[in-house]
Design a protein around this ligand. Structure first.
Ligand code: BTN
Length: 272
């Protein structure tokens, strides 16, 4: 089955470049942007051999997983563009929700399977990492080329990750990368529309918080050698995670590895 756009995405003019195998869909999208492509255009594959993850980690997608990147050239600054990651999480969650309902009709899936969104940009299934999102941006002649890369574990998940990972197959949802992509492209069209070049981030933030993992729980954020410990309060209007420390101070976090619950105390590096 070939990759195709969903009906909603196709009807509003999205385009698609699909590859049997490629190094990185993000790198491919950025190289098209440098050559004048303005998007919106998807770059997809079900086998990625030199994928990039956040914090300079590799993200390899073995055959059968979905690596997808959407390119758009925007007239917004990088801080606003960064909030697109929350729309991407919502788009994937919407697609997964739709496909899991269809999968349940075909075969039983665990009743308590729940998808949630983990700050900044992960999608979890049953509390384990199912998908990661990497935003990359570069200034080109026509504006800011923004690439939102979404990697989803469809048939396989890596074993050696800082937090446990899973795949759709492992949680009992038998779909193909191609089926997932069609649903994702429609989900993206919907939430990209709500985001509206950043003007709709207030609404995206509300929808995201309603699906957030770990709200109100103990959290540790590690970045380099530093850690911040406290309770996950909310995300602010810029998409920063707001952590309330035990002195009651609210600390905005812009980046880092996030650990919740008991893993939060294991994530301590401050010796306390
Ligand atoms: C993360 O580290 O959690 C983010 C992973 C993002 C991986 C995706 S797969 C599609 C796109 N192409 C890449 O090279 N990376 C992103």
């Amino acid at each position: 089955m070939p990759f195709t756009l969903g009906p909603r995405a196709a009807s509003i003019g999205y385009r698609l470049a699909a590859f049997d195998r490629i190094g990185s869909t993000n790198a491919e999208a950025l190289s098209h942007a440098r050559e004048g492509e303005r998007g919106p255009m998807w770059f997809v594959t079900s086998e990625q051999t030199a994928g990039r993850g956040r914090r300079h980690r590799p993200w390899i997608a073995p055959r059968g997983n979905l690596a997808s990147s959407i390119l758009e050239v925007l007239q917004v600054g990088p801080a606003i563009a960064a909030t697109l990651g929350f729309a991407a999480g919502l788009a994937l969650e919407r697609a997964l929700h739709r496909l899991s309902i269809e999968a349940v009709l075909r075969a039983p899936v665990s009743d308590d399977l729940k998808f949630s969104l983990k700050w900044p940009n992960d999608v979890l299934a049953g509390g384990q990492k199912l998908a990661g999102i990497l935003l990359e941006a570069e200034t080109v002649g026509a504006g800011l080329a923004v690439v939102v890369g979404i990697g989803t574990n469809v048939v396989a998940a890596p074993a050696d990750t800082p937090t446990p990972a899973t795949s759709l197959k492992a949680v009992g949802i038998e779909v193909s990368a191609e089926e997932l992509f069609a649903a994702l492209s429609d989900g993206w069209a919907e939430f990209r529309g709500i985001w509206d070049n950043g003007r709709g981030f207030g609404e995206i933030r509300k929808l995201w918080l309603a699906r957030a993992a770990g709200l109100g729980q103990a959290v540790a954020i590690r970045s380099g050698g530093d850690s911040v410990l406290g309770t996950f309060d909310t995300i602010d209007e810029q998409g920063c995670m707001i952590v309330r420390t035990d002195t009651g101070k609210q600390v905005p976090i812009t980046a880092g590895d996030v650990y919740f619950g008991s893993a939060a105390s294991m994530g301590r590096t401050d010796g306390r």
